[in-house]
Design a protein around this ligand. Structure first.
Ligand code: PLP
Ligand code: COI
Length: 351
């Protein structure tokens, strides 16, 4: 494969300004970014340039109609300094699945993969080796084409920006099971990683934060009787010894961490079920003690144990287990991601 990515290097690096021992999540950015333009009916070869602001016309359709999609990935560095990605082709495929639903032209695989690997090699010093840290990688596409007509843009930008990052959640995670608002509707865009899916969550999530929770667990929009997913992660529930997660649908993001966790759990001999989980079942299990664990799974969240949940003005606490599935599964998946263990599934990708 010939590399088609043009590179303009930053004159000065900002890396010395970063405190790698105290990394927030996603708020300091590496020296370079990748930009790939869609114009005249085709995607043009990607360019890497110093990280910088964009210039967009006020009538760009991203501002008016929210035509934007994104992905979330992480790059890991092992003890020898080699760089690894986790199942990057899954992110590529999901980006194009989102693109199709939001009427954005699909991106060629080589622009995604070559662009990504060239960018990571160039900014490799930005990949933290501190425990629990990684380089969060944010590929996204926005409609830069102009016009107030409510129709798809004719120009787009595919960008990759990177942020050395620590944990997504600080401290214990408490969630509120939502009974009024909905994240996604049947036939809607819930399965796409569309910017608007997140904007729509901010207000109800803020109401939950004001009550002392970190995230909302969304329920189905039809009945609000079944647990779907959280704002930034898929949800697993352990009842007695069985690990359960809801089925994906057109309302739920088909999480790469979720499906990897299911495979690892099966490999560990843990009984798993993919089926609808009713809120009543979870509340009853919390009351009778059979609800042993709940955790979120996602690229940013990794495996985040849930300490308790609220539902209809009542709070339920989960037990603190010494040998939780969450800690076992988190160790297994991060050992693969950081190249600390054998990768029998073939998920690790060397950059
Ligand atoms: N659900 C939502 C709404 C998300 O934003 C994410 C994060 O990407 C996930 C689930 C988990 O998906 P993945 O494991 O592919 O990161
Ligand atoms: C990710 O886990 O990569 C996500 O995209 C979640 C995000 C909203 C932080």
């Amino acid at each position: 494969m010939t590399n088609t990515v043009m590179v303009e290097k930053a004159k000065v690096s900002k890396i010395n300004e970063v405190d790698f021992d105290n990394l927030p999540f996603g708020s300091v950015y590496s020296d370079h970014m990748l930009v790939c333009d869609y114009k005249d009916g085709k995607w043009n070869a990607p360019k890497i340039m110093p990280y910088q602001p964009l210039t967009l016309d006020p009538s760009a359709k991203i501002f008016h109609y929210g035509q934007s999609i994104f992905e979330g990935m992480k790059a890991y560095k092992d003890d020898e300094g080699s760089i690894w990605l986790f199942r990057p082709l899954e992110n590529f495929k999901r980006l194009n699945k989102s693109a199709k639903r939001i009427a954005i032209p699909e991106l060629p695989e080589e622009y995604f993969m070559e662009g990504l690997t060239t960018l990571l090699q160039l900014d490799s010093d930005w990949i933290p080796q501190n425990p629990g840290s990684s380089l969060y990688v944010r590929p996204f596409i926005l409609a830069s084409g102009t016009g107030f007509h409510a129709s798809p843009a004719d120009e787009y930008k595919f960008i990759i920006a990177c942020a050395p990052s620590g944990a997504y959640f600080s401290g214990k995670v408490r969630v509120l099971i939502e009974e009024n608002y909905s994240r996604a509707a049947n036939g809607g865009v819930g399965y796409a990683k569309a910017g608007g899916n997140y904007a729509g969550q901010f207000y109800p999530t803020q109401l939950a934060i004001d009550k002392g929770y970190n995230q909302v667990i969304w329920t189905d929009d039809n009945t609000h009787e079944y647990i779907e997913e959280a704002g930034a992660m898929n949800i697993f529930v352990r009842i007695n010894d069985t690990l359960i997660t809801g089925p994906t649908s057109d309302r739920i993001l088909d999480g790469i961490t979720r499906k990897s966790i299911l495979d690892i759990a099966e490999d560990e001999g843990i009984a798993t079920e993919v089926r609808k989980i009713s809120v009543t079942e979870v509340v009853e299990a919390a009351k009778n003690g059979s609800l042993k664990e709940m955790f979120g799974a996602g690229t940013a969240a990794v495996v985040s144990p849930i300490a308790g949940f609220g539902y209809k003005e009542t709070d339920y606490d989960l037990p603190e287990l010494t040998n939780s599935y969450a800690s076992l599964l988190k160790k297994r998946i991060t050992d693969i991601q950081y190249n600390r263990a054998e990768d029998k599934f073939g998920w690790r990708y060397k950059v």
